[in-house]
Design a binder for this molecule. Structure first.
Ligand code: SF4
Ligand code: SF4
Ligand code: SF4
Length: 338
């Protein structure tokens, strides 16, 4: 398609003005309305991830320990326990530069019943969501975060990292953590145990999970399994797989049958949030109670930020052209003079 010089300049000015207006108003809707969004990324062909089902989780934290073993992470002893707990046991309270995976507890009132919002309790798991359209990759100025074009696993490359921590700020799930105790600094986050997958082993957290609360598999298969579970009602007998869903590294483990105790929230977390994530979650209590971002758009923020950047950079053509013109005029007027 050929673009005339006049059209090119007009588009540059329009794009710049729209981007400036959107940025000035600080509004996502304005940027959307101005048509500045770039198209969303889609799931890679062999996207893999995790399905975490909080209703099956017993809070044993075997996955937290296995994640540390699989990734050579040190114990994480919380500051207020360091005086007396040094060298005794790991007591992480959240994701950190020493903890890539954590089980968190929701509680309300008397905590009498599991997976109940009122007077109940529930578990939830945090690790990298391996977003379809990751903000951490978009924000990284040196491509130290990458997404595998086939599996979609989002990895960090310390050899390229300059320690700017833009990925830390940009991740809507608060996943990448910078190690301030390391003299050279370093970002840490779950890489879906890609080193174990390469050896045909399951991710550490999945390998040890006794109930199948954390499953590994192709994201499309995990989503189908999650949809099946959403049809179950309390009192139903159902079979739950463990380990990897059919044909995945490490193989499937014997499944188990159990009576469904909790009512599932009728939503698969990660299916649409922020453009979708390769790790999905089911829960018996509302996802906002688990402190997950829920009031979020169904597209990744990079669709907007990169769209706006594109328009701004395109509009920079205008000042360059104007400056070039002024220089040419100045050059012509001073020709032959001192
Ligand atoms: S959860 Fe955060 S760190 Fe993981 S891929 Fe998404 S944006 Fe990146
Ligand atoms: S996939 Fe590996 S790195 Fe990620 S949470 Fe599980 S054990 Fe940890
Ligand atoms: S190993 Fe499985 S059951 Fe135990 S805390 Fe982790 S996800 Fe829950």
């Amino acid at each position: 398609m050929s673009v005339s010089r006049r059209d090119f300049l007009r588009k540059a000015v329009e794009g710049g003005a729209a981007a400036a207006a959107a940025v000035a108003s600080g509004g996502v809707p304005e940027a959307e309305a101005a048509g500045l969004q770039r198209p969303p990324r889609t799931l890679p062909p062999d996207a893999v991830g995790l399905l975490y089902d909080g209703t099956l989780c017993i809070g044993c934290k075997a996955c937290v320990k296995a994640c540390k073993d699989a990734n050579g992470m040190p114990p994480d002893i919380h500051a207020d326990q360091r005086g007396w707990n040094q060298g005794t046991w790991d007591s992480p309270q959240d994701l950190s530069a020493k903890t890539l995976n954590i089980i968190k507890l929701y509680t309300d009132g008397t905590m009498a019943v599991k997976d109940r919002e009122t007077d109940g309790y529930a578990f939830s798991k945090r690790q990298c969501q391996h977003c379809t359209d990751p903000s951490c990759i978009s924000a990284c100025p040196v491509s130290a975060m990458t997404k595998d074009p086939s599996t979609g696993i989002v990895s960090h490359h310390p050899d390229r990292c300059i320690g700017c921590r833009y990925c830390v700020l940009s991740c809507p799930f608060g996943v990448p953590k910078f190690d301030f105790e390391d003299p050279f600094g370093r970002i840490h986050k779950c890489q879906l145990c890609n080193h174990r997958l390469a050896e045909n082993k399951l991710p550490g957290c999945v390998d040890v999970c006794p109930t199948g609360a954390t499953l590994f598999g192709r994201t499309a298969d995990l989503e189908r399994e999650a949809e099946r579970r959403l049809t179950l009602k309390p009192g139903d007998r159902a079979v739950f797989p463990r380990g990897g869903l059919g044909g995945t590294p490490g193989g499937a483990r014997p499944s188990h049958e159990k009576v469904v105790a909790a009512e599932y929230q009728q939503h698969i977390y990660g299916k649409s949030e922020l453009g979708g994530t390769q790790c999905l979650m089911l829960s018996g209590v509302p996802f906002d109670k688990l402190n997950l971002p829920t009031n979020v758009p169904d597209y990744g923020y990079p669709t907007l930020t990169e769209g706006i950047q594109g328009a701004v950079y395109q509009s920079m053509v205008t000042p360059v052209v104007v400056l070039g013109g002024l220089l040419a005029i100045a050059h012509r007027n001073v020709k032959g003079s001192d």
